[in-house]
Design a protein. Structure first.
Length: 368
């Protein structure tokens, strides 16, 4: 059975949704939250105070997921905005380099070219080992950039091992948690900075991204662009000739947030919190294990590791027919994600054994 009832989502009872790695379904609570924003927007200053309060609650919920404090969390436009803040917040020197897997999502790779540093890409295959990353790191490595869970293969990175490598060489560990935050545990204490989108596993929407900076590991990072929300507010307009940056990571937010997206995200986070990340992780790893075993029985070219600690919610297999398979499954009421020469099946808290049986049956029918 599912951990979160399908009846809590818009229309999910009518099909099998295995596409959270691309777009999560819509909670009915999300609709209520958006309506609450619309009502708050129309009532003047009290409504604006509720917007601020909702944003604060959102930061608190995210901090809880990361084992952090709300002061270490900012709500930016998307995950890439957080990566931009990381790149521009570092003091680069000639000869510096960053290390990342060649199979990383493009945003985690392209952003570093703006620094002028050498971008060292490792791994001839889709899966990249800790040893391959370690072999590319040297004394001039300023950052190791990784996805906690790969969008491509579903493999989960060993953050503790990568932290040890980073510390050995004085490098920062920059993590994209877009495919882990909200479904498995993410230890913020191991990372210098974490970015994440909100519209996948967190049951949020586009227009808001998560940016976390570990205050103990990186206390002096500062924004290069400053807006009214970056500074401590001065009540007297005649004394605003100087400014003081906020002591929290809100200094990176600049101006007004996409509050409708924040309301939407906060409702998703609240539902995940009620279910509990440990329970969600247990459910997803168990269900994902059943799915992976079934795909193995179909003799598919699996990209996702078997061990539970080495994966999360994405179970992927390589195929040159990924677009055709996705379209066929969708036509038969099963949503998946097919691109990059692989089909990705994502299990979340609302999935159950019947979903796994249904997709395995349909794949078995058309592939054998």
């Amino acid at each position: 059975m599912s951990l979160i009832e399908k009846s809590e989502f818009l229309g999910v009872e009518n099909f099998t949704h295995l596409a959270a790695g691309g777009e999560a379904p819509v909670l009915l609570d999300n609709l209520t939250a958006v309506n609450r924003f619309i009502l708050d927007k129309g009532i003047g200053m009290p409504g604006r105070e509720r917007m601020f309060a909702t944003a604060s609650k959102t930061r608190e919920r995210l901090a809880s997921l990361l084992g952090a404090t709300a002061a270490e969390v900012a709500l930016l436009w998307n995950a890439t905005a957080g990566l931009h803040a990381v790149v521009t917040g570092m003091r680069w020197r000639p000869g510096d380099n960053i290390v990342a897997a060649a199979s990383e999502f493009p945003s985690l790779l392209s952003i570093w070219h703006a620094s002028g540093a050498e971008v060292r890409l490792v791994g001839a295959n889709a899966g990249v080992s800790v040893d391959e990353i370690a072999s590319a790191v040297d004394a001039r490595t300023r950052a190791i950039a990784v996805s906690h869970v790969s969008y491509l293969t579903g493999a989960r990175s060993d953050l503790a091992a990568l932290r040890e490598i980073a510390d050995r060489h004085g490098a920062r560990l920059i993590v994209d948690a877009s495919h882990s935050l909200g479904v498995v545990s993410v230890d913020g204490s191991l990372c210098d900075a974490i970015v994440s989108c909100a519209y996948k596993w967190l049951l949020g929407a586009h227009g808001v991204g998560i940016f976390f900076v570990n205050a103990k590991r990186w206390p002096d990072i500062e924004p290069t662009a400053i807006g009214w929300n970056s500074v401590v507010f001065e009540e007297d307009w005649s004394r605003r000739n100087t400014f003081e940056l906020r002591p929290t990571l809100e200094k990176f937010e600049g101006g007004n947030l996409s509050y409708m997206s924040v309301y939407y995200l906060e409702s998703g986070l609240a539902r995940l919190e009620r279910a509990g990340i440990p329970a969600i992780e247990h459910h997803v790893l168990e269900l994902g294990g059943e799915l992976r075993s079934g795909l193995a029985r179909l003799n598919l070219d699996l990209l996702t590791p078997e061990k539970p600690e080495q994966r999360a919610g994405n179970i992927c297999f390589a195929t040159d027919r990924c677009e055709a398979l996705e379209a066929h499954l969708r036509a038969n009421g099963i949503l998946t994600w097919g691109d990059d020469r692989r089909l990705r099946l994502s299990v979340h808290a609302y999935n159950d054994g019947a979903d796994v049986e249904r997709v395995l049956h349909e794949l078995g029918r058309i592939l054998t």
